[in-house]
Design a protein around this ligand. Structure first.
Ligand code: LHQ
Length: 264
């Protein structure tokens, strides 16, 4: 992993920091590989019970590094296949975030544009600084939204609002994002990192196995029929019901004390 993506684990929380602050953490191939590796590491490490993705400096991520595309085209003498680039680099990252059985928080410290905004929306939860914004930059450069944006934004805000944002390439500020339900929380930029870590810390102390299963259940819920969801819930509850955390949760309730969850 090169230093364009930083990875740190502390008290059950893996923090992945996109680290090309001079260009608002725009993505190069190496950085996308680094992000993918970091997510794999967080997935494998049983100590990790919550993941935070954030950006260094004043941006979250400005999406694809557009100069990098131009540079590669100049070097090779032929056009980069965007379809292949998405299939091989961005899409697997989005799927990894969605299938990772641990909560993933997008800690949107500043502007999130293009595929950077898609990445933030792929996370399960979002906390934004009051300086953050979402820019659906795709239309501004003559492209369609990608990296899951057409799925995530339409589900979050409905078709008409999503379409308007995409078609105009407009900027959605933090407060408006909160009002529309695009982010869960907005906090002042001064205490932002601590607020994000605090929230992640709470999740990392909870019954994280059940939360991972909840993520599976809700992702299925977005696309399945009521009947299928009911059956899937029964299947997952069988698993959750056999966890140590379920036993601990019930014991703590009956003994009128706070539960001590281990994520097992
Ligand atoms: C950048 C970038 C950037 C390079 C800021 N690249 N340098 C997927 C697969 C395949 C192909 C194509 O695309 C995709 C998906 C996508 O992500 S398409 C969308 C790509 N992203 C954009 O079009 C966003 C471009 N950036 C912007 O519109 C602005 O920079 C935003 C609105 C994000 C922020 O504006 P400001 O706060 O005014 O900052 P700035 O524009 O001054 O940027 C700061 C620096 O970062 C600047 O460099 P400089 O040397 O002048 O200081 C920018 O050139 C650089 N930068 N985004 N994507």
């Amino acid at each position: 992993m090169d230093n364009t993506v930083l990875y740190r684990v502390s008290e059950g929380v893996a923090t992945i920091t996109l680290n090309r602050p001079d260009v608002l953490n725009a993505f190069t191939d190496a950085m996308l590989d680094g992000l993918s590796d970091a997510l794999k590491q967080a997935e494998r490490d049983a100590q990790v019970r919550c993941v935070v993705i954030t950006g260094a400096g004043r941006g979250f991520s400005a999406g694809q590094d557009l100069s990098d595309v131009k540079r590669r085209e100049a070097e090779t003498g032929h056009a980069v296949s965007f379809a292949e680039h998405l299939r091989h680099k961005y899409n697997p990252i989005v799927m990894r975030i969605r299938t990772l059985e641990k909560p993933v928080i997008g800690a949107v410290n500043g502007v999130a544009a293009g595929a950077g905004a898609s990445l933030a929306l792929a996370c399960d939860l979002r906390i934004a600084s009051d300086k953050a914004s979402f820019v659906l930059a795709f239309a501004r450069v003559g492209l369609v939204p990608d990296s899951g944006m057409n799925y995530f934004l339409t589900h979050l805000v409905g078709y008409a609002r999503a379409f308007e944002l995409a078609a105009t390439g407009g900027r959605l500020g933090a407060d408006e994002a909160l009002r529309l339900g695009v982010v869960n929380r907005v906090v002042p930029v001064a205490g932002f990192a601590d607020a994000a870590q605090g929230w992640a810390g709470e999740l990392a102390q909870s019954a994280t196995r059940a939360i991972g299963l909840t993520k599976r259940a809700m992702n299925r819920g977005l696309i399945a029929s009521v009947e299928e969801v009911l059956e899937y819930e029964a299947f997952l509850q069988e698993i959750a019901g056999r966890t140590a955390d379920h036993q601990e949760g019930v014991s703590a309730f009956l003994e009128k004390r706070a539960p001590q969850f281990t994520g097992k």
